[in-house]
Ligand binder design. Structure first.
Ligand code: GLA
Length: 388
């Protein structure tokens, strides 16, 4: 009998480049230290058991059963991955999967992508499927499309699988070419502030944004047929179309075109340690997400607005799909305690809620680990280790 496989699959941050991935554009994400830990134990027969330790919930199914989306959202991510593997005629057997996540759920840190990526990597290893990194990325993405109903882009799965310690990855989502960029922020630290608004609603609005972009691109193509994606459009050409396009579509396309430019400029700013410039681009990105793309919310705007009064914060913006989740802030290290105090106080005054802060550490992408490499013990981790 084969040994149990342990896999650690990280969540992600995104320095800049939001809602550009499904528009053939540029993103600049990095894997974080927080991860989903999966333990996959092969079993005789075709029975499958999934155990979500954090939710104290479990689910069983047979490999030969017809897989359909389920009422439990966490189960869908796993069934969605298996569905893709079955479509590709991968030879699988029975197993038990247990997982535990240190990525806060619904906080815009891609806990669901991490689960899909960790799961597909564990299966890949256990059943010797020899899938490439990109194949695993696509399987995890399709699982979200077909079983979770979110027409997500490729950024989250890419960051979770390809992530490199202390590096941000500049990805062209159309060509799938990427480069690694060392994150050296000198006196600054990336800090996330959680708006405490869970972004479940995002799935419907997220898909709407995607449809609006498709419609906007189609309108633009009527007079510019050679253009294939929004990310191919030059700003000057877009401006020429303002009178011929629906205002909403024009705003959505404007955001994407400008955001791609900001990603390019941010990579340069990072390379030259121009933190102030990077921060400025982050603020501009937030403004575009709020006003042109309209995916922010009151709590996120409030968190970003607070930082305008703090010269020790170089930049801030909402991060991820939006409608909740976290802001990402570029904060002087020496100012961190005061930053936390002031934001916490203001947020509590305004919303009668405590926000949560996460100091970002850039971690490694999906890794097969040994039992000894599991982090310090906790009751859930001992459950993960147990063989039953
Ligand atoms: C979510 C999606 C990603 C990406 C971001 C927005 O995280 O899963 O594919 O579109 O939103 O940049």
């Amino acid at each position: 009998m084969k040994q149990a496989i342990y896999v650690s699959a990280p969540g992600r941050i995104n320095i800049i480049g939001e809602h550009t991935d499904y528009n053939g554009g540029l993103v600049f994400p990095a894997a974080i230290q927080q991860s989903v830990l999966c333990k996959l134990t092969p079993k005789d027969g075709l029975g499958l058991t999934f155990k979500a330790l954090d939710l104290d919930d479990q689910f069983t199914i047979d490999l030969n059963d017809d897989f359909k989306p389920n009422a439990k959202s966490w189960v869908n991510y796993l069934l969605g991955v298996l569905h893709q593997l079955k479509k590709q005629n991968c030879q699988l057997g029975g197993f038990e999967l247990k997982f535990h996540s240190s990525i806060p759920m619904g906080a815009g840190l891609s806990s669901s992508a991490a689960l899909c990526c960790g799961f597909v990597a564990a299966i890949n290893q256990c059943f010797d499927l020899r899938l490439s990194h990109w194949e695993m990325v696509k399987i995890a993405q399709k699982s979200e499309h077909e079983f979770a109903g979110v027409q997500c882009g490729i950024m989250d799965q890419f960051a979770s699988i390809f992530g490199q310690k202390d590096q941000a990855l500049l990805l062209n989502c159309l060509t799938e070419e990427y480069s690694s960029h060392k994150i050296d922020l000198e006196k600054y630290q990336l800090v996330l502030c959680d708006s405490m608004v869970k972004h479940e609603l995002a799935s419907t609005e997220y898909n709407t944004r995607r449809e609006e972009c498709i419609a906007g691109l189609a309108a633009f193509k009527e007079r510019n047929p050679s253009i294939e994606t929004i990310s191919d459009i030059d700003w000057d050409d877009l401006i020429m179309e303002v009178a011929f396009m629906d205002d909403l579509h024009f705003r959505r396309l404007s955001f994407v075109v400008q955001e791609n430019e900001r990603v390019r400029a941010s990579a340069k700013a990072l390379a030259t340690n121009n933190i102030q410039q990077l921060g400025k681009l982050m603020y501009q990105s937030h403004e575009g997400l709020e006003q042109l793309y309209q995916v922010s919310c009151e709590e996120l705007d409030f968190l970003v607005d607070q930082t305008y009064q703090m010269p020790q914060v170089a930049g801030a913006r909402m991060m991820g799909g939006g409608f909740g989740g976290c802001t990402i802030n570029l904060v002087k290290r020496s100012f961190l305690p005061e930053f936390r105090d002031r934001i916490q106080y203001a947020f509590h005054q305004r919303f009668s809620l405590d926000t949560r802060f996460i100091e970002v550490e850039i971690g490694q992408g999906v890794s097969i680990i040994s039992e000894d490499q599991l982090p310090d013990d906790s009751p859930l981790l001992s459950q993960l280790r147990q063989d039953i």
